[in-house]
Design a protein around this ligand. Structure first.
Ligand SMILES: Nc1ncnc2c1ncn2[C@@H]1O[C@H](COP(=O)(O)OP(=O)(O)OP(=O)(O)O)[C@@H](O)[C@H]1O
Ligand SMILES: [Mg+2]
Length: 502
C-alpha cells in the first residue's frame, strides 16, 4: 500500500498541537489534493512542494496524490507543514524509508529550490516534541531558537536533500550550536545614572520586590522615563522555565530570538498611538500583543493619558488574570500575559501642576479631564503611585552621592525580599490570592483599624484594600522578611495610594 505518515506541529496561541500528515498514492488521473488546509494555503503548498521535490532531483509521483492533515479543526496556516508533506510524498513513493519517519517531527517551509525557510513557533513545538520523546528536524534559520531547549533531540537542516540523506542513513544532520548565554543585565541602563528622586527610587524597589504595578507622575524632564527603563535591571533573574516561556511568545510572534540575550527580562514600551490589537494581540491568525511579549517582564506605558481610553480598558482583565484569550469567529487563542506594568504621566496637560513657581497654565477643568482619561478601575489596579518632582539643577550637575545607588546594589535587596516570598507562598506578593493574603499578611487590631480608616478617607475599593496589603507585605519583605506586617509597613504602602484621588 502506498501510504505514508509524517508528524508536524501547528501553532495555536503558544500551544503546539500535533498534526498528522497522511499521504496516499493511487492510480488514476495524476494530480494532488490536500485536505485539511484552507483553500489558498492548499494551492501554494501544492506548488511549493512539487517544485521543491523536482529541484531536489527526486521524482514527483505521476499518480493521484492525496494529502490529509489531521485533525481537521486546527489552525493550519503558512508553510510550516511543507517539509512534512514533501517527506510524506517521497516516503509513500518509496524514495525515502517509511520507518525512518516514525520517531521524528518535521517543521519547515520549502523554497522552490528545496531550501528550508524558518517558521514561527519552533520553540513551543520543540518543547512539546521533546516531552513526547521525539526528535525534531527544523530549518537552519531556526537554529538559535532550537538550541535553547537543552535536553531536546533536535537537528537542523538547510534543505530537503539533506533531510532525505539523513533519513536514508547517508548523512547526519547536526544539532544546533549551543546557545551562549550573555550577562543577563549586561548593557542595561543603571540606576546610578539617576540623581536624587529618593522617593521614586524607593517605590521602584518596592515594585520590583513584589512585582507590583507602578505609576510615576511628574513634570517633564525629571527622570520618569529613565527610572522606568531601569526596572528590568533590578528585577531578580528569570528562571529557566520563565525564560523559555517568554521566548515562546517571541517565537510565535515571529520575532528573532537572540541567543545571547534570551535570558533577559522582556521590556516592552509600545508608543501611545498603539492600537488595541497591537497591545493585547489579535488578527485573523491571532498573534500575541505587547502585553504577551512582556510576559514575565515589564510593560512600560509612557505618557499614559495619551493612550486611547478604549485601548487602556482592554488591559484591565489581563492585569488581574495574567493571560489573554482572543476569540475569533472559529476558534480561540490564549496567550500568557503576566507582566509588570510601569506607567508614566505628567500631572496635567502642560506638565507643571503643583510646580512651586506656579508655572502651570491649566484650568482645573483641563486637569480633571486629563486625569479622567485614565479610568478609576485601571488606577485601582495600579499598586503604587509616586511623585517624581523636579530635581534642583545643582543636584543634577553634582557627583554621585550615597543615595544614587547602582542597580546591582538595589537588585541584591530585591532578590533577598523575593526569596522570602517564594519560601512562603511560592510566588511574588503581587500574585497572592485573597486566602494567602489572609494567611501571610495577618494584621493586628491597631493595624487593621489604621488601614480601614485610611481607605475610608481615600474612598478606595475592596480591591485596593488587598492591593495595599500586598504592597505592605513586600515592604516587610524588604525589611528583612519581618514575620508580621507592621504599622510602618502599612503606612508606607498607603503613601503610594495618596495620589489616587488627588
Ligand atoms: N533625576 C535625574 N537624574 C539624572 N538625569 C536626569 C534626571 N532627570 C532628568 N534627567 C535628564 O533629563 C533627561 C530626560 O529625562 P526623562 O526622559 O527621564 O524625563 P521624563 O520625566 O520622562 O520627562 P517627560 O515627562 O517629558 O517624558 C534624561 O535623559 C537625563 O539626561
Ligand atoms: Mg518621559
Amino acid at each position: 500500500m502506498s501510504l505514508a505518515i509524517t508528524l508536524s506541529r501547528a501553532q495555536e496561541g503558544v500551544a503546539a498541537p500535533l498534526v498528522t500528515v497522511e499521504v496516499h498514492l493511487a492510480g488514476g488521473l495524476p494530480g494532488t489534493a490536500i485536505v485539511g488546509l484552507p483553500e489558498a494555503a492548499v494551492r501554494e503548498a501544492r506548488d511549493r512542494v512539487r517544485v521543491a521535490i523536482q529541484n531536489t532531483h527526486f521524482e514527483y509521483p505521476n499518480r493521484r496524490v492525496t494529502v490529509n492533515l489531521a485533525p481537521a479543526e486546527l489552525p493550519k496556516d503558512g508553510g510550516r507543514f511543507d517539509l512534512a508533506i514533501a517527506l510524506g510524498i517521497l516516503a509513500a513513493g518509496g524514495q525515502v524509508p517509511r520507518e525512518a519517519l516514525a520517531e521524528c517531527e518535521f517543521l519547515g517551509e520549502l523554497a522552490l529550490s528545496g531550501e528550508l525557510r524558518p517558521v514561527t513557533g519552533v520553540l513551543p513545538a520543540l518543547l512539546r516534541a521533546s516531552r513526547e520523546g521525539r526528535r525534531m528536524i527544523v530549518p537552519a534559520g531556526n537554529a538559535a531558537e532550537a538550541a535553547l531547549v537543552e535536553d531536546a533531540d533536535v537537528r537542523v537542516a538547510a534543505n530537503l536533500a539533506d533531510v532525505c540523506a539523513h533519513l536514508r542513513g547517508a548523512g547526519e544532520l547536526p544539532p544546533p550550536a549551543a546557545a551562549v548565554a550573555g550577562d543577563p543585565s549586561g548593557g542595561a541602563p543603571d540606576l546610578a545614572d539617576v540623581r536624587g528622586q529618593a522617593q521614586a527610587r524607593r517605590a521602584l524597589e518596592v515594585a520590583a520586590a513584589g512585582g507590583h504595578h507602578l505609576l510615576l507622575v511628574g513634570p517633564p524632564g525629571t527622570g520618569k522615563t529613565m527610572l522606568a527603563a531601569r526596572l528590568p535591571g533590578i528585577l531578580p533573574p528569570l528562571g529557566d522555565l520563565e525564560a523559555l516561556e517568554a521566548c515562546a511568545v517571541r517565537s510565535v510572534a515571529g520575532l528573532q530570538v537572540d541567543p545571547a540575550r534570551w535570558r533577559e527580562r522582556p521590556f516592552r514600551a509600545p508608543h501611545h498611538t498603539a492600537s488595541a490589537v497591537a497591545l493585547v494581540g489579535g488578527g485573523p491568525h491571532p498573534r500575541p500583543g505587547e502585553i504577551s511579549l512582556a510576559h514575565h517582564g515589564v510593560l512600560f506605558l509612557d505618557e499614559l493619558p495619551e493612550f486611547d481610553r478604549h485601548v487602556l480598558e482592554v488591559l484591565r482583565e489581563p492585569l488581574e488574570s495574567g493571560h489573554i484569550v482572543i476569540s475569533r469567529a472559529a476558534r480561540q487563542a490564549e496567550f500568557p500575559a503576566r507582566f509588570q506594568l510601569v506607567a508614566a504621566m505628567n500631572p496635567c496637560p502642560c506638565g507643571y501642576a503643583g510646580d512651586p513657581r506656579g508655572r502651570c497654565t491649566c484650568t482645573p477643568e483641563q486637569i480633571a479631564r486629563y486625569r479622567g482619561r485614565i479610568s478609576g478601575p485601571l488606577l485601582d489596579r495600579i499598586d503604587l503611585t509616586v511623585e517624581v518632582p523636579r530635581v534642583p539643577l545643582a543636584e543634577l550637575g553634582s557627583a554621585r552621592t550615597a543615595g544614587d545607588e547602582s542597580s546591582a546594589a538595589v537588585r541584591a535587596r530585591v532578590i533577598a525580599a523575593r526569596r522570602h516570598q517564594i519560601a512562603r507562598a511560592g510566588r511574588p506578593n503581587a500574585q497572592l490570592g485573597t486566602r494567602e493574603l489572609e494567611r501571610d499578611c495577618a494584621l493586628g487590631a491597631a493595624e487593621r483599624s489604621l488601614l480601614e480608616r485610611a481607605l475610608d478617607k481615600l474612598g478606595l475599593s475592596a480591591r485596593a484594600y488587598h492591593r495595599v496589603l500586598r504592597v505592605a507585605r513586600s515592604i516587610a519583605d524588604l525589611d528583612g522578611g519581618a514575620a508580621c506586617v507592621g504599622r510602618e509597613h502599612l503606612a508606607e504602602a498607603l503613601q503610594y495610594r495618596r495620589l489616587d484621588r488627588a
